[in-house]
Each structure stands twice: as C-alpha cells, then as structure tokens.
Design a protein around this ligand. Sequence first.
Ligand code: GLU
Length: 492
Amino acid sequence: MTDAPRVRFAPSPTGYLHVGGARTALFNWLYARGQGGTFVLRIEDTDRQRSSDEMTQAILDGMQWLGLEWDEGPYHQADGFDRHRADAERLLERGLAYRCFCTPEELQAKRDAAGDEYRYDRKCVALSPADVQRRLNDAERFTVRFLVPEGETEWDDAVHGRTSFQNSAIDDFIVLRSDATPIYNLAVVSDDIDMRITHVIRGDDHLSNTPRQILLYRALDAEVPIFAHLPMILGPDGKRLSKRHGATAVGEYAERGILPTALANFLALLGWNPGDDQEIMLIPELIARFSLERVNKKSAIFDPDKLDWMNAQHVIRMSGAELLPIIAPALIAEGLTTEQEVQDREGWFHSLMELLKPRAHGLGGFADQARAYLAPAVEYESAGVAKHWKDPAATAAGLQEVGRLLATVEPWEAEALEAALRKHAERSGVAFGKIVHPLRLALTGSTVSPGIHEVLAHMGPQLVHQRLRAAVAVLTEQKGAEMNIDTYPPTT
Ligand code: GLU
C-alpha cells in the first residue's frame, strides 16, 4: 500500500446530502487532508430509477458549501458497468462465481417456504458446463452468484477493531443481475480497486457488507483496503436520526443561518473527539487533530441545541469584516440600510458587527440589534418602560441632563464617554445603574445591549441626541415635532 492514502466519499444520489452523509464525507476529507492523501468523489448512480441529476447536484452543492472540495471526480459509478461486468466474468472464469438460472418465482417460493432461515440452496452450482452452455444457447436469463467459500472472514476495523463473520452466514450473493447490471457489492469493490482506494471510511450500516466485499477483493486478487466504520447518528430521543428530528439536509442548515464551519465542527464531534475538552475548532485545527484512532464505536447523539450554541461560538470568532458580507443582505432587506451606505461606511459597519456579535447568538440576531444604530426611531420595550421609566418627568429631566453632559464630551470615544457618565453619577450621588438603564432604553429601546459607552460611541453624537430628544418627547408626552431642538442640547 502506498504511503499517501486515497479515500472516497461514495453517495447514492437518491436524496439530498444529509447529516449522516455529510459526516462521512467530512471524516474522509479530514483524513485525506491530514495525511496528505487524495479525496475522491464517486456518485453511486447504478440505481437509475432512484438516482437523479438534481440530487447529484444537491450533494455537490452541499459539499462545496461545507468546504469539502474533492481532488478527483465526481466519477459516476454507472460509467464503470463494462468493468463491473468484466470483473464478474473473471470470477466466472476462475470458478469463484457461477451462473444461476433460477427464476425469481422459483426463488420466491423457496424463500416463502424457508422464512428467516432462507439461504440460496446452490442448485445451480451443480450444473454441468454442457447444461450451462445449452441454457445460454436457449437465451435463458441468468444472474451471476458469488460462490462463498467456507471459513470465516476477518478484518481489523480502524474503529471496531478485530471483526469477524462466519462465511456460513453469508448466502451465495448475486453480483450481476439478469439484465447484466452489477449489484452494489461488486460495483463498489470493482470501483475501489480501480480507484486504488486505501481506506474505506463509511457508516457502520455497511458493516455487514464488508465480509462480502473482502471476499470479492480476494477473489479478484486485490489488496484489501483498511475499513473504518463510523458510528450511527441518533436523534436526541435515542432513535436513528431522521426527518422526524427536524432538518437533516445540509442545505436546510445553510438556510437557517448555520455557518459551514460551525456545522463542520459539529459533525466532526459526532463520533470523534480530540481527546480533550476542546469543542470549538476551525477547519485547520480539525484537520490537524483528526485521527481514525479517536473515532468512537458508540453511536453519537445529534443535539440541535448544541449545534446552535456552536454556531454562536463560531460567529463570535469571526471578524467584523468576515461577518458584514453575510449580515448586510439581511440589514438591507429589513430596510435598515442600503448597499451604498454599507459601502460608504464600511469601517463603521465592521465595528458594528464586532459590537453586536456577542449577543447575536448566531447569524439571526444581528438585524434586530442593529435597528438601534440604524433605524430613524426605536420602539420602547414595555417591560423596560415599566421598570426604568417609572417616573416620566424625573426620567425626562435626567435624560436631558445626560444629553447636556454628553454634548461636552470630547473626543466622542467609549473611554471618555464612560468617564463622563461615571463622574456625573458620582457628582449627583446617583447609582451608575440608575443613569445607565433609562439611558439604554432611550437609545436602543431595549433593556439589553452592549456596554453603554460602546453603544454611545457607535451611535455617534448626532444619533444619540436624536434618540434622547425622542425619548424626552415621549416621556413629557410631547411629540418630537413640537420639541424645541434649540434648547436641547443646550449650549451651556
Ligand atoms: N453508496 C453507498 C451509500 O450511499 C456507500 C457505499 C460505500 O461507502 O461503500 O450508502
């Protein structure tokens, strides 16, 4: 076996790229990237009825969105039909497979009679070469069955360790159907040999196929690759992950505002761990730390709340410049800004993203918070009004006083603004919070925001005074239009 591994992701295009498939693709990709290997993409489209180009495209899109770029392919399994047939022919020539002329009706009757105990009775092994030739001359339909040898089939699974199956439990399985199309086990082995795959990393739902495939490798004189069977993914209720548990297609996570790096991080921990408590990892770290040795045998639980938490953590780790192109479309769609304004005030928008990200809890929480910094007016949260604006006249007076004070602060920067507010609290003998809470409500309409000095700094003096005037107007039951703006903020 060569040093650099060759791995493959081999989805059947009968559905979207779902969580399980994406996890398999990711583990193969991480392994290839970490080992300087090659990641091959093969679309297993031999089931023509159930496969579609649309699904193939959806799988490619999902992989690209996740950043799992492949080095070779996409190959299409159906393009290998001639080779699959040639391999079946080789097995026949070597006496390792045989033609079976039993009709589907005949087999069904035997199956019905035997129930769970059914095994193909090898009736056609006994056919003489002359018999076979006569039936071929009569154009009788036949399948090709693999002649399972006696004994045991064992392998060292990179995840499960030594694994063995009694061959007596394996039926003489069909490798070529009567229409000369290959059965999955033959097509996969033939392709993996042809593509020089060294490591087969896939879901453990394929464990029971593995002994059949190993027998085929041997029968075709090929080196058996290393198998690594990944644990099953269960929903929070302990049942196999399915549509019932909500979104399972990767595209749905993209639509829900999940970052590809967050989903990759989350998927990586479904069945693998780095050996310590570290949970948040970006792609380069995942590549550096991933190993097959640390893949668990035990099933993994898909916890959607954890994905949301992880997404928020990834958002926090992004810079304002990285976030802005993702968030700006939502701000524009909400009518809070325009493309032009975003361009003109790019630096300001970058720092706004930085300011808002800790409280955004993902990508969905920016627009609501951004309203305070962009909308002409804000709505006041009623619980906040009841709590912090109990005495409207006194609050209005207090806000006006703060407004007058702020008008004197230079430079308009977070530090100077905070110092001024603290000094003001000290001088007037009022608790700092008693100044900050009503002010925050006036500025943002909300009881939650970043530190008040940062809010002030980002809003800039013009918007701050506009918000204060509006709040005072509401508190004194005057309308904004009737306010004498010359008296507020005053010049002294
Ligand atoms: N096409 C198979 C599937 O989608 C995978 C085959 C394999 O990985 O060996 O389940």
